[in-house]
Ligand binder design. Structure first.
Ligand SMILES: Nc1ncnc2c1ncn2[C@@H]1O[C@H](COP(=O)(O)OP(=O)(O)O)[C@@H](O)[C@H]1O
Ligand SMILES: [Mg+2]
Length: 392
């Protein structure tokens, strides 16, 4: 099975491109499923389906073409199914601490529950071997990073904290009951968490397996959007997820740029050049700004053809992690894969959050994670095909 995530800033074209990719995979005869993780669902709109049909379906898959189904997860449904006791505990907790009941119930939808619901589906489909390709139309960048961080965080919680918390709750419950109305979680809360965890088991391995799961970053040739894409690029690398393409959507064709849009076109061309410095060697694809919105199967199929051209959209298009971040004896280390470096012509410059690597004519910009950006690079060395930079 292949899992392809499409991530990027709001409005850049994730849903259109996810849909086009799913459609192209299905046309090859592969059983394909597109799942929307964005609460502001718009998959059905991209396929020009009747909204009422989706609403009636309450988050279950809907067939939209041969070999192709789409799914817009309905959190409220999922909470009932998956979170029962956990949700009820939080709702009670919020309620007794002074919030009114309706608000407490709303707020008890914890950040992350949506993402976990999606992970549960992915794991279930994997176990059932239900699809050949799953396309994930992610929420805007911030939330989609939370989505990929959840399996790691949850595993840590279950391993380290869970047993302790459960024991503490058991001991403290009778004592605390005498002093306060604030309830401690009952055993069935812990049981529910445990069951949930069992159903999630293994999903992290799948998401970080570069032969199976890849991320495609969707962006526009605009300064602010590219900046966010750079940040996302780095974070996905930190979570050990493999990015196999950067897709630059809405590139103004030359003929659209006469007159009013001339400045836009010029700026776009410059941003595309810069993007190459940021994302190489990950392959970059371009999609033109169309004359109309991309709605309905026909428009989506056209987008798919123009985007992938001779490539197979389900292939792993690139598989080597460009960066690795590590921490050793209080020092951070960044490893950059540069197969062609010759040691004496590497130049490093640290400008704000950016690290600029210059090797002859080749230049690469790396946006550093926040906790590394405040440190000075103190050394660089080359190991075979890797440049390794230490930060003190
Ligand atoms: N290349 C393009 N040319 C013209 N319109 C586009 C293009 N890509 C996306 N759109 C339109 O832009 C809007 C936002 O796209 P969408 O895919 O929903 O973005 P996202 O999912 O990232 O929020 C939609 O109306 C879509 O039809
Ligand atoms: Mg969308």
């Amino acid at each position: 099975m292949r899992i392809i995530l499409f991530a990027g800033k709001g409005g850049v074209g994730k849903t259109s491109i996810s849909s086009a990719t799913g459609l192209a995979a299905a046309e090859q005869g592969l059983k394909t499923h597109i799942m929307s993780l964005d609460t502001a669902h718009s998959l059905a709109d991209a396929f020009d389906l009747d909204r009422r049909l989706m609403d009636k379906n309450k988050g279950r898959p809907v067939e939209v073409a041969d070999n192709l189904s789409i799914q817009e997860i309905d959190v409220v449904e999922e909470i009932d199914k998956n979170w029962g006791e956990v949700y009820r505990y939080f709702a009670t907790l919020l309620n007794v601490t002074g919030l009114d009941e309706v608000l407490a119930e709303e707020l008890a939808v914890l950040p992350g529950m949506e993402e976990v619901s999606a992970l549960l589906y992915i794991n279930r489909y994997l176990r059932q071997n239900k699809y050949d390709v799953i396309v994930l139309d992610c929420a805007p960048t911030g939330e989609s990073l939370r989505f990929v961080s959840i399996p790691t965080a949850l595993e840590w919680y279950m391993r380290k904290l869970f047993q302790i918390e459960r024991r503490v709750a058991k001991l403290a419950r009778p004592v605390l009951k005498r002093f306060t109305d604030v309830p401690l979680p009952e055993d069935d809360y812990f049981d529910a968490l445990e069951r949930l965890f069992e159903r999630l088991e293994g999903v992290e391995k799948v998401l970080t397996d570069p032969a199976m799961t890849t991320v495609r970053l969707v962006t526009n040739p605009e300064k602010i959007v590219l900046r966010e894409t750079q940040r996302a690029f780095m974070y996905f690398c930190m979570y050990h997820m493999s990015i196999d393409a950067v897709i630059i959507n809405r590139v103004l064709p030359a003929r659209a740029a006469e007159g009013y849009f001339e400045n836009w076109r010029q700026a776009q061309l410059e941003h595309i050049e810069q993007a190459k410095e940021c994302f190489a060697p990950v392959p970059m694809f371009e999609v033109p700004f169309y004359e109309n919105e991309v709605v309905g199967p026909e428009a989506l199929a056209k987008l798919g053809r123009e985007l992938y051209q001779t490539h197979d959209p389900t292939d792993v298009l690139f598989s080597r992690p460009p960066y690795r971040f590590e921490k050793e004896n209080g020092c951070y280390r960044l490893e950059v894969h540069l197969p062609f470096v010759v040691s004496d012509d590497v130049e490093l410059a640290n400008r704000g959050e950016d690290l600029i690597i210059r090797i002859g004519n080749f230049r690469q910009h790396i946006l550093l994670p926040r906790h590394m950006a405040s440190r000075e690079p103190s050394g660089a060395k080359i190991d075979e095909d890797r440049l390794s930079i230490t930060f003190e």
